[in-house]
Structure formats: structure tokens, C-alpha cells
Write a protein of this length. Structure first.
Length: 215
């Protein structure tokens, strides 16, 4: 049986593997805000249980069983986010932290009943698919890579930073919002974006945290 800490590692490795594979220990440690030594000790435990493989100087990769367990934790997390937002009315900048606590204490029976109660939602409040990680289709790009005159639909936003989520809510930049890029300042300058009837100036770093699909 895996511990809560092991599940947290599996979940994080699974998410990071969409950006790099194998996942570097330094990237894993940074994401979990721990030391590389601590990350290395846990990876040894995951390898011993057959949940991951590790290549020195390259990184860690989940086995098929590790991937299965990681996706199960991710599904529970995103179902709870949906419940907390849609049923309990928590703001979207609070549900991620709360769901992190609930995901580890959820049995398979409660997981399925929760999904049924929510009518099998496809995404969490931040736009990530309930059944998987973060998509990764070729049509998806960061908003920061868009050019003037292009239109797009917001798919998802980074979910870990509560301050960023509150800021995006003020800008009305939520999943399914339709945007149009009016201007891109040179030298990594900000983007001028039309959102509905509003015009906003968004920094390049913030725009990089928003994934869109060009219309």
C-alpha cells in the first residue's frame, strides 16, 4: 500500500512527465519544494516497489503501475476540486489546496460515487481533464506564444498559485473564455488582449501560465 507521500510523488512525476521525460530530480524537488536528497530517498522507495525507474543523471520515469496509481490520484484530486467549487462554492484559488488533503483519503467507492454525483465532469475548475493530466495536443499553446490578430479559447490555467488565480479571475481569464490578441510588445513585453468587451494588458510571464487553443 502506498503512503500519502508516495502518492504525492507519483502525482507530481506524472504531471511533470508531460513536459520532460525522464523527470529530472531537480525539477521534482523544485515542484515539491524539498531538497534533492529527500527526493532521491523517495525515488529509491518507489523503484523498490516497482512504481518507477531511475537513470542516474537523467531522471525518473513511472512504470505502468506507477502511472496507473498516479492517474487515480489525479482523478480524485480533480473530482474534489469540482465538488468544492461547484457544490460548496469555494473560490477556484482555494480548491487546489483543499483537494490535496482529500485525494489521499478517498476510497475507490467514494471516488466513483463522487463522479456520479457530479455527472462525470470532464475538467476541473482550472481546465485540466479529470481523467488524465494536461492534454498536450499540438493545437495547444501558451498564450505567450500567440501573435497579434489571433483568437483563441482558454483551455486551462496554472493551478498551484492562488495569487495568480485570483488575478486571472479579476481579468475574467477562465477556461472557455474567448480572447483575441491585439498587440504584442517587443523584447518580451506584455500582450494586449481583448476578453469579451474588455481590453487587458497581460505580462508575458502570466501569459505563459495560460494554455489556449487557437480559434
Amino acid at each position: 500500500m502506498t503512503t500519502d507521500s508516495m502518492e504525492e510523488y507519483l502525482e507530481t512525476i506524472c504531471k511533470l512527465s508531460g513536459e520532460q521525460s525522464p523527470v529530472a530530480l531537480s525539477a521534482l524537488a523544485d515542484q515539491l519544494e524539498i531538497s534533492s536528497v529527500s527526493a532521491n530517498e523517495m525515488i529509491k522507495k518507489l523503484v523498490a516497489r516497482g512504481l518507477a525507474t531511475y537513470e542516474p543523471y537523467k531522471g525518473v520515469t513511472l512504470t505502468a503501475e506507477g502511472q496507473t496509481q498516479a492517474l487515480r490520484v489525479i482523478r480524485r484530486h480533480r473530482l474534489w476540486e469540482r465538488f468544492l467549487a461547484d457544490v460548496l462554492g469555494l473560490p477556484w484559488d482555494r480548491v487546489h489546496e483543499e483537494a490535496c488533503q482529500l485525494e489521499h483519503a478517498t476510497s475507490p467507492l467514494v471516488e466513483e460515487k463522487l463522479a456520479q454525483f457530479l455527472d462525470e465532469p470532464e475538467t476541473c475548475p482550472h481546465g485540466y481533464p479529470v481523467a488524465g493530466t494536461d492534454g498536450g495536443c499540438e493545437e495547444e499553446i501558451p498564450m505567450s506564444e500567440m501573435e497579434p490578430g489571433q483568437r483563441a479559447v482558454v483551455l486551462r490555467v496554472a493551478e498551484h498559485n492562488a495569487d495568480l488565480l485570483r488575478y486571472l479571475a479579476e481579468l475574467e481569464l477562465r477556461p472557455q473564455a474567448v480572447i483575441e490578441i491585439e498587440e504584442v510588445a517587443p523584447f518580451d513585453g506584455p500582450l494586449t488582449v481583448r476578453i469579451g468587451e474588455s481590453r487587458r494588458v497581460i505580462g508575458r510571464q502570466v501569459a505563459s501560465q495560460i494554455t489556449v487553443r487557437r480559434a
